[in-house]
Every structure is written in C-alpha cells, then in structure tokens.
Design a protein around this ligand. Structure first.
Ligand code: SF4
Length: 956
C-alpha cells in the first residue's frame, strides 16, 4: 500500500494539556508563526480558518500553498486567493434541509442506477437539522395555542416529516431535532456547539482536537459567531458539497475590526445595540467581509448579546459578525449545560492556540477599524421596510407620519397626508361575537373544529382568544399605523434572556398598572427554545405575558419567517378596502415588504419589551417617549418609564435563565422524548428512497440525464430573450417566495390540478421538496415588479410575477413564458439592479432560475450567497461595470441578447454583452463575469456543484 505523503507542516502538530492533566494534540498556530511571523497578528477569525486549512493540508484539496497564502493574509491586499475551508459540521433548518435531503436522495438513486453502492453518498461531517420553519401562528391568545398550532403543523407537513424520518435511518450522521424544540440558531448555541471537536479518524491515545466551525443553510447561522465559532450561511447547494467532504471555497476576505468601548446606558437593550451596529455597518459597506468585534466594550457584553449581534450579520451585509472566545464564552458554556470535561478541553485548547481572550486595541491588524461607544446607543426600532433603517424610539411617530406620504422610492407609502389619522370601523360580518366566531383554520383537526364550535363569550377571556376569531367589532376601529401584529419572535432575541425577561417584567408592571392590549393586535410568543418558557415560568413572569395575550404559540420561527398566520377577515377587509398602512412590531431581524403579512406594509423590528409596549399602545404613532402607553387603573396615564424594567430587576431574574441542568434535561429529550406527534410519524426504510407520489416531495430533475462526463461547456449564448427587468434590492424572497401560494398563480393552479384544495396549499417554504411547485413559484412574489411591464396611467407599476413574451409583447406569467421559450429552445436572461439576491440564503432562488431556462443574470451587484448559488446551479452571474445598468442601455425588454465569452472561462474575466434592438440596431457593453474562483469555473463547466460532486464521489 502506498504511504500517505507526509504533512507539509508536520512540525506544527503539538500537544496541549488540560487543567486536569488530560493531553490532546493540535495543529499549532504559534508553531506556524515561527515560519510566518504575521500569523500572530492575524484577526482571530482568520486564524481559526487558517487552522482548518493547516490541519486539512493533504496536498490535494488543500495544498501547502493554500496554507502559505492565508498565513500571509495582509489587511489591505488585493483579494485574489481562494481559501478551501473544511468545516467541522453543517446545520440545517427544515425549509432548506428538506430539498437538500431530496438532492442527497436523488444522488443515491443515481448511484443505484449506475450500479454503485448508494452508501457512496453519505455525509462525511455531522449534519443537524432543526424543524423550526413550519409552525404557523394560526391560533394565538389562548392557552391551547401551542398544541393547536402544532397539530395543524403536523397535519400540513406529514409527508415532509415522513421523508425526514427516512433520512434519519438512511444516513449515519444525519440528526433531526423534531418540531416543538426550538429554532435552529438558538438550539445551535444552546446544544449543538460543543467547543472543540476530536478527530474521528484518530484512534490514538492522544487524540487531535480542533475548533468548531460550520456552515448552515440559513443566513442567520452567524448567530454562532457569538461563541467564537467561525460559521456562516450558505446555499443548500454549497452545504451539500460541504457535507459530502468538499471544502467551502471563498476568496480571502477583508476583516473589519469593530472596536466597542464604554457601557450600555440603563434601559438600553441588546436589540437597540444590534440595530445601531446594523445601521453603522451597512453604511460601512461590509458586504463579503468578516467583521470582528474587539476592545473593552466587546469584552464586557454577555454572550447572548454577542449572539444577537452575530445573528444580524446578513442585515449589515457581512459574512460574519465574530466575537473571539474568552471567559464570558466559557461561562456561557458552563451555564448552558456543556460537561465539565468539554468546557475544560475548550478553554485549554484555545489557550494553547493563543486564541483565548478578547483582543485589545492594537493587538491585531485589521483591514479597517470602526468604533462605537456603547454609551451612545439609544432605544430604537428599525423599519418600516428595511432592517438597516434605524429610528430612535422618540422619532418613530414623526417618521411614520412623514413616510406615510413620501413616494415609494423614498421608502414611503405614497398616501395623501389628509388620510393619515382617519379611522375605519370594523364590519362584523356576523363574526364579531365570540359565539359566532370565524370557522377554524383550513385543515383544522377535529378537536379544533369542536373547540371553535363550543366557544362562548364566557370562555373567551380575551378578545384575542382562540384565533381566528375576530375582535369584537362593535366600536372597534382601525387606522393607519395601528399595530395589527405584535410578535415576540425570532432567535435574534428569544435566545437572549435579558430581553426576554425584560418583556416579562414589562408585562408584569403593565398588568399591575391595569393596562391591556388593544383589541386589533394579534399577539404571539414564540421562543427559540423551551428553556425560555421554563425560565419565564420560574421567574413568575409568563402569566403576565399571557394576560396581555402573549400566549405561547409555538417553538419555531413563526412571524420571523412570515408564518404569522392570517389576520381576521374583518381586518383584512378593512385594510384592503381602505388601503390602510397597518403595522407589525416584532422582535425579528427582517421586515421586507410582504414578509410578515401580505397586507401589512409597515413592519418594525424592536426589542421584546417594546413589542409588548406597542401592543398596549396599539399604534406606532404613539410617541412612547412623551405620551402614555395607555390608561391604567382609574383612567390613570401610564408612561413607558412607569413600566420599563430596571437593570437590577433583569439581573435578579437572570439566575433562572442559566441553569445547566435545565439545558441538559431539555435537550436529552430530543432522543428520549421527542413528542407524541413526532413519535407517531412513520417513515419508510431503506438506503434508496422510493419516491412515492407526493405534492411535497418529488425526485428533483437535476440529475435526470446524468452522465459521468460533463457536457462540453459552452458558456456563451446568442439570441437570448429578456425575461425580466428588475430594480434594486431584489430579494431572494422576491425570486423564490417562502410564504403563501396564491390560488391563481402557476403553483396554485398546479396544486389544484393535483387534487390539493386551497386550504391545504401550505407555503412555498414547506413545498421546497417539490420542484414542480417551486419552479412555478420562481419570481412569483406578489410584490415583485417586472419593469418591462409599462406602468398604468396613474404611474403605478404592476406587481407580481409576469412578463411580456417576445416577440409580440404578450403578457403572461414568467413561468408560462419560460416554458414557451424552453420549448422553442430560446435562452433567456434576467436583468437586475444593486444587491440582486439580497435577503435570506435560499437555494431555490437559484434552482428555480435554472429550471426556468434562464442562462444568465446581469445585475449591478450581487448578494454573496445568491451569486454563489447561481454559479452552483450553472447560471452565469454577470455584473455591470462602472455606472452601466440596464437603464443606461435603455433596455425595454423586447431586445435579443448575446453573451460573448472570448477564450477560456476565467474567474472575473470581462465578457461582452451584445444588445440587438427591435429596430435592427445593436450595442455592445462589457460586463464582468462573477464566477469568482477557479473551483467555480469547474462547477460551472460541470453544470453546477451537485453534478461536480456526484461525479467525484462516483469516480472514487
Ligand atoms: S427565527 Fe428568523 S432568523 Fe431565526 S432561524 Fe427562524 S427565520 Fe431565521
């Protein structure tokens, strides 16, 4: 047998000892620094990536040159080197995890068809999937909400959950945390992250240890940066490659150092801080960069606050928002139930590597340094349409009033100012009384139907009781700025005990003062882990939240992902008839149009206590800094200052939140007591999936004509038609929506044709295992504007996924046009503006684009993950140079486009775009190929990352 080549840096393998005398080996960065002295001054995050490159240096996927290049990282060098980063593990949520599992199952089918062992396709690193994206807030304001919502969830998602159970038995390293446990990033912080990992191939007496690192199929994977773990969100396609042993490839990043000094003032929350950080970093343009926090302020803030800041890295545009490991991290691991041995190994390892402790100013060479004095942070919200638009709490009322009449392109709502304060009565439609409440949600189980039928005025203690009953309509009016959804939601904040306890304490004081929530508000509490309800209960605060309608609605993403459930028909009617600008206030991280609810135009991100306060105030035009939150007992005005918790009150209750035993007991149940609903799901067995007929799970077509040799690549094409002309900031949610499916949309029509009634459509997100639904849903967001369609006489631009089929300007759905073009063998292209593909990482945004036959997307700039996903699916991302845009080219959409690639495909090469106009003239413009790295060239030539990896695995 041939001897494995010696490791190029074998001398850097050293031994460390723990405090109790246990020994471990590690690839020493200090030792490497003897050859490359600048290593000691590299950003901590870069050093952790360097350790992975060093450890995995095998002369094949990772070469000695890669180690050298990264060891020579310079703060302001041109970024041309590609890093192969082998991650320790992969995390998934269910919306993205199911299609990924479907791709793996499809690869196994290919392996079986080619006579290979299906086991050739097996994750090589641990993969954890948390089912968190599927629960919806159908029921709220009742003690039964959790149970009822979970029943509906299981009913709607039975086929998906059966498929997951098949995956659990088919793949050795694939774990699932069932619904009802929490949100992926909070579970990742509290449970998955174990500090350091031991080499699995290492049976030596002294094992080799290495740092945790990961990629996740959710952009907010960066939350884990709060505990010093290098990790970020990638598309499902990249995650699949990572789990099948491929390095994650990226250009060496710039690293922006963010120096924190000072202390947060009393009354200021971690949510306020993250909204400050987001608006500062957004202005700094940190897209594609690492951000690393340091300095005395960073050392002083607790790990949950660090995690909240890490969480919103996608909102400020960075690849990561990283906090180095220090004593706070160790304390967090101890308090959340990691074993003594794990914590000891963790601390000793980081100390041995010289990576322990928060860096002080001057310790590290960063690309740039940004500073914030924590003492300048003030209570804030962000919105109404973008997370980076921070508003001081005291300015919210005036800001909303201003935006009400500003044009859409100035972030406004384009409404006549005289309508701002008008109010409209809710019409009862015979549903205002509890006795005559609205029917149960579609597909509700029998118990729910009975419960709604039995509902009585007496039983309904709160107007919100048992959704979807309408509020008592008598005398209830709604108007612009009314808070219609108030949601304590999202891992961003629910993982942070200080803000959750603050919400509970505020609720307690509010109830004691006699305050109540306005009848038009849909209230919900959806934590990212059961631990939250446990400590709120122990602190005696949960009953007060419940009194205000914040009953537990689910453990999952809910409102944060747009699973807010519907508003009552009366409220929906009033909004639509009167063109109202209704508001949501939520403790989430995103607020793009139509994300929270299709009828709510103004969505504000805020801390959990402010969510409760605004549910009481009922309208975002109440200035909580000067006006009362509401009237308490005896008609007394109660101000925010009267009910805002003090730091001492929060601190006194924090002891309930850090109980190692509670964490251990809770997560032991993932195996021992996964819940009655989950236990009753029956999955099929076997190594290869048999693809039973399902409108949820279907064999994806990506390998339908798979051959071991790739097709000859021909990157250029001619005579392409324009499918769409889009403006700036087209999000992945515009491209591939996650929310509800319209009956009249191509996906809705297909589902009905396959016997699925409207009531059972579920969401696009839950149907990502079925390409027939997803390709029909591509570009089907109800708010997307294809600027090829001329505006109407009032200048209003039509919304929705339509295009003009050419020749002839025939208006039709983008899906229908795509099928016609594909039938005729005509390639198509999409044009976009700045930040094309911004928003959540969503591989279907690229998969759907490919399945519609779109060969290239030409934009002014691309969001990082979406660009990589396009390449990963074999679609060319092309970027305009300088001030060029489709507008400067005066494109109308009836042109034909050639993409001319001169010579061999090379990363970031110039490409010629030839525009042939309808009048016979033509124009050329040079654009940049945004295939960024050599490995991406290979992916593209193979038709995408998946065929590339599959060929490698099957050839091995
Ligand atoms: S709660 Fe929101 S941010 Fe967190 S995983 Fe769910 S959708 Fe993503």
């Amino acid at each position: 047998m041939a001897k494995a080549p010696a490791h190029a840096f074998a001398s850097t393998l050293k031994t460390f000892k723990t405090a109790s005398g246990k020994s471990g080996k590690y690839w020493s960065l200090k030792e490497l620094a003897k050859q490359y002295p600048t290593v000691d001054r590299l950003p901590v995050s870069i050093r952790i990536v360097l350790e992975s490159v060093l450890r995995n240096c095998d002369g094949q996927k990772v070469s000695a040159k890669h180690v050298e290049e990264l060891a020579h990282w310079a703060p302001n060098a041109e970024r041309t080197d590609e890093i192969p980063f082998v991650v320790t593990r992969v995390v998934l949520q269910d919306f993205t995890g199911v299609p990924l599992l479907a791709d793996l199952a499809a690869m196994r089918s290919v392996a079986a068809k080619l006579g290979k062992s299906p086991k050739t396709i097996e994750p090589l690193v641990p993969v954890d999937l948390v089912v968190d994206h599927s629960v919806m807030v159908d029921y709220y304001g009742t003690p039964k909400a959790l149970d009822l919502n979970m029943k509906l969830e299981f009913q709607r998602n039975n086929e998906r959950y059966q498929f997951m159970k098949w995956g659990m038995q088919a793949f050795d390293t694939f774990r699932v945390v069932p619904p009802g446990f929490g949100i992926v990033h909070q579970v990742n912080l509290e449970y998955f992250a174990r500090g350091v990992y031991k080499s699995s191939s290492d049976n030596a007496d002294v094992p080799t240890y290495y740092p945790d690192s990961l990629v996740g199929t959710d952009s907010h994977t960066t939350m884990i940066n709060g505990v010093g773990v290098v990790g970020w969100g990638v598309g499902g396609i990249e995650a699949e490659a990572a789990m099948l042993g491929q390095p994650v490839y990226m250009l060496t990043p710039d690293v922006v150092g963010f120096e924190l000094t000072g202390k947060l003032r009393e009354g200021v929350t971690a949510t306020d801080l993250v909204l400050f950080v987001t608006s500062i970093l957004r202005a700094e343009k940190v897209v594609g960069k690492f951000v690393e926090f340091f300095g005395p302020g960073a050392a002083s803030i607790a790990v949950p606050d660090r995690a909240t800041i890490g969480n919103m890295a996608p909102e400020y545009g960075a690849t990561m928002g990283f906090f180095p490991v220090d004593e706070m991290t160790v304390a967090y691991f101890e308090g959340t139930g990691r074993t003594k041995e794990e914590v000891e190994l963790f601390e000793s390892y980081y100390k041995a590597q010289g990576l322990f402790g928060m860096p002080a100013p001057g310790d590290i060479d960063y690309t740039k340094i940004v500073k914030l004095d924590l003492g300048t942070v003030s209570p804030s919200l962000a919105g109404p349409k973008r997370p980076q638009d921070r508003i001081d709490l005291g300015h919210l009322s005036t800001k909303f009033s201003e935006l009400f009449s500003k044009p859409n392109d100035a972030n406004g709502f384009n409404q006549p100012p005289e309508r701002l304060k008008l109010r409209y009565p809710l019409t009862t439609s015979g549903q205002g009384d509890d006795e005559e409440a609205a029917p149960p949600p579609p597909g509700a189980p029998r118990e729910v139907v009975e419960m709604v039928a039995n509902r009585s005025t007496k039983a309904a203690a709160h107007v919100n009781a048992t959704a979807p009953a309408a509020p008592k309509a008598d005398g209830v009016t709604i108007g612009n700025g009314d808070v219609l959804i108030a949601a304590i939601t999202s891992c961003t904040n629910t993982s942070n005990p200080s803000v959750m306890l603050a919400a509970g304490l505020l609720a307690k004081k509010a109830v004691e003062a006699g305050l109540t929530v306005k009848p038009h508000v849909k209230t919900s509490l959806a934590p990212g882990s059961r631990i939250v309800t446990e400590y709120l209960e122990k602190a005696g605060l949960l009953p007060y939240l419940e009194k205000l309608g914040f009953y537990l609605a689910g453990y999952g993403c809910t409102t944060c992902i747009g699973n807010a459930g519907d508003l009552t028909p009366e409220i929906n009617d009033a909004i639509v008839k009167n063109d109202l600008v209704g508001a949501a206030v939520l403790s989430g991280n995103r607020n793009f149009e139509a994300r929270i609810h299709p009828n709510l135009k103004a969505n504000f991100l805020a801390s959990p206590p402010l969510v409760v306060a605004f549910a009481i105030a009922g309208n975002v035009m109440v200035d909580l800094m000067t006006e009362p939150v509401g009237k308490g007992k005896n008609g007394k005005n109660i101000y925010l200052g009267d009910i805002w918790p003090t730091p001492k009150e929060i601190d006194d209750n924090l002891r309930f939140a850090m109980n190692a035993k509670s964490f251990r007991d809770n997560y032991d149940k993932v195996k021992s007591d996964p819940g009655k609903f989950w236990s009753s799901i029956e999955g099929t067995a076997g190594q290869v999936y048999d693809w039973p007929t399902s409108t949820y799970i279907a064999e994806p077509p990506f390998f339908s004509d798979f051959k071991m040799a790739p097709h000859a690549s021909d990157a250029g094409f001619k005579g392409a038609r324009v499918m769409a002309l889009f403006g700036d900031s087209i999000t992945t949610d515009h491209i591939s929506p996650a929310g509800s499916i319209k009956e009249s949309s191509p996906a809705g029509i297909w589902l009905k044709a396959h016997g699925v009634p409207k009531a059972d459509f579920n969401s696009y997100g839950s149907r990502r295992g079925n390409h027939d639904v997803m390709m029909r849903g591509t570009f089907a967001n109800v708010r997307i504007k294809n600027l090829m369609i001329p505006p109407d006489v009032n200048g209003t631009q039509e919304e929705g996924g339509v295009t003009l089929f050419q020749p002839g300007n025939q208006k039709m759905f983008i899906y229908d046009a795509a099928m016609k073009y594909m039938e005729q063998g005509v390639p198509t292209v999409v044009f976009g503006g700045e930040e094309y593909g911004t928003g959540s990482s969503r591989d279907w945004a690229a998969k759907g684009t490919q399945l519609l036959g779109i060969k290239a997307v030409v934009a002014r700039s691309f969001e990082r993950i979406h660009r990589a996903n396009l390449v990963g699916m074999g679609v060319l991302p092309l970027q305009f140079r300088g001030a060029d845009s489709w507008q400067t080219l005066a494109l109308k959409g009836d042109e034909k486009i050639d993409v001319v690639i001169g010579g061999q495909l090379k990363p970031q090469m110039d490409v010629k775009l030839v525009v042939h106009r309808a009048d016979g003239s033509h124009q050329e413009v040079t654009v940049r190929l945004r295939i960024d790295t050599p490995i991406e060239v290979d992916y593209y030539k193979h038709g995408g990352i998946l065929p590339f990896v599959l060929r490698q695995l099957l050839a091995a």
